[in-house]
Design a protein. Structure first.
Length: 355
């Protein structure tokens, strides 16, 4: 497997300040084909998360912390550009005056997608096989079905959202859980009852499977969006970690210096959120300014306290405090999703350095 030497050509985190008027968000190094944004603090720090992507199109917003349907909001992203994107005078999710924002950005193939007939349901796919990321849109049919994802290898993490109603959660496949289980991006639950992966059928190099009874991933006539990720050396890693109690110093080897880490404890309690860390909002260790995909909470810490702390190292990340954020306790497991700032040592012999 070829190694990615410059992860920032495929994923990048961008910080900016809203101005309630049109502004171009640049310095991302590529066209932002998927933009996930969150207000960080202040009056609008408790706004919803928002995702807009190049397949569904500008102004089409979905909210990772909500079950709400896709909305059309004309003053959010107005264009996808060669070095980022342009936003209008939005009132909170993207561009409120003087509000600080973070956006996490992925490159697909810079197009609105092409027809993919690998599965029994025809999908529209914008895929980047180098970085292992694809955006997949399809229409459900309530039959046991397969859907082409365009990655050319088995995806390790998939997020799916039904677009037309407010009745269904975000359903996720993670390789550490397997296709016999699922987990919801907008909930603290450690599993999701309506699994949806066609009786435990694992994804393949061409398709993922959905079953006839799971409206959350295959309701007849409803539109769906899926974000699919396949692990790539030097760029992304998806796995499970085992906690051993508070301040456990559990180390997770990724083979790269992380830029973005999401951790979800496999515990169902009010603390077991989806904790999101990045190298731009909190550039020095300890890294403790978490945001949460399932909450509107600002980055000052859940409940006003930083219960979550990790170190981002040159070759992975280390849990520094886990006793009060769901990961804590002996033998508790968590899944993680990680994207790179820099590989540990690239094929160009440039080593990553500690923060």
């Amino acid at each position: 497997m070829a190694q990615i030497n410059k992860p920032t050509e495929y994923f990048n985190t961008k910080l900016y300040t809203g101005n309630a008027s049109t502004q171009s968000i640049t310095g991302i190094n590529f066209q932002s084909d998927m933009v996930w944004t969150k207000a960080r603090s202040g009056t609008y720090g408790t706004q919803d998360h928002a995702i807009i992507d190049v397949v569904r199109g500008v102004t089409k917003t979905i909210r990772p912390n909500q079950t709400t349907a896709e909305g059309t909001e004309t003053n959010t992203i107005t264009s996808f550009d060669t070095d980022g994107y342009t936003i209008g005078g939005d009132n909170g999710k993207f561009n409120q005056s003087s509000t600080e924002y973070v956006s996490w950005n992925w490159l697909a193939d810079n197009t609105s997608g092409a027809s993919n007939t690998d599965g029994s349901i025809t999908s529209t796919v914008s895929a980047n096989t180098t970085s292992g990321f694809s955006i997949v849109k399809y229409t459900g049919n309530n039959s046991d079905s397969t859907i082409g994802h365009g990655l050319g290898q088995k995806p390790d993490f998939i997020m799916i959202k039904e677009l037309d109603s407010s009745s269904y959660d975000w359903v996720c496949y993670h390789k550490a859980l397997g296709a016999s289980s699922a987990i919801a991006l907008n909930l603290t639950d450690n599993s999701y009852a309506a699994t949806g992966w066609n009786n435990g059928t694992e994804p393949t190099s061409t398709v993922f499977s959905v079953d006839s009874a799971a409206n959350s991933v295959n309701k007849s006539g409803s539109g769906f969006i899926a974000y699919c990720f396949a692990e790539k050396k030097g760029f992304s890693k998806f796995g499970k970690l085992q906690a051993i109690g508070e301040n456990s110093n559990v180390f997770v080897y990724t083979g790269f210096k992380p830029a973005f880490v999401i951790i979800k404890s496999l515990v169902s309690d009010t603390w077991s959120n989806w904790y999101m860390f990045d190298n731009k909002r909190d550039p020095d260790n300890l890294t403790e300014l978490a945001l949460y995909s399932n909450l509107t909470t600002s980055e000052d810490g859940y409940g006003g306290s930083n219960y979550s702390q990790i170190d981002m190292l040159s070759n992975g990340f280390k849990i520094r405090r886990d006793g009060n954020w769901g990961v804590g306790g002996a033998a508790q497991s968590s899944i993680y999703i990680a994207f790179a700032e820099q590989p540990l040592v690239g094929t160009n012999n440039t080593p990553a350095t500690a923060r």
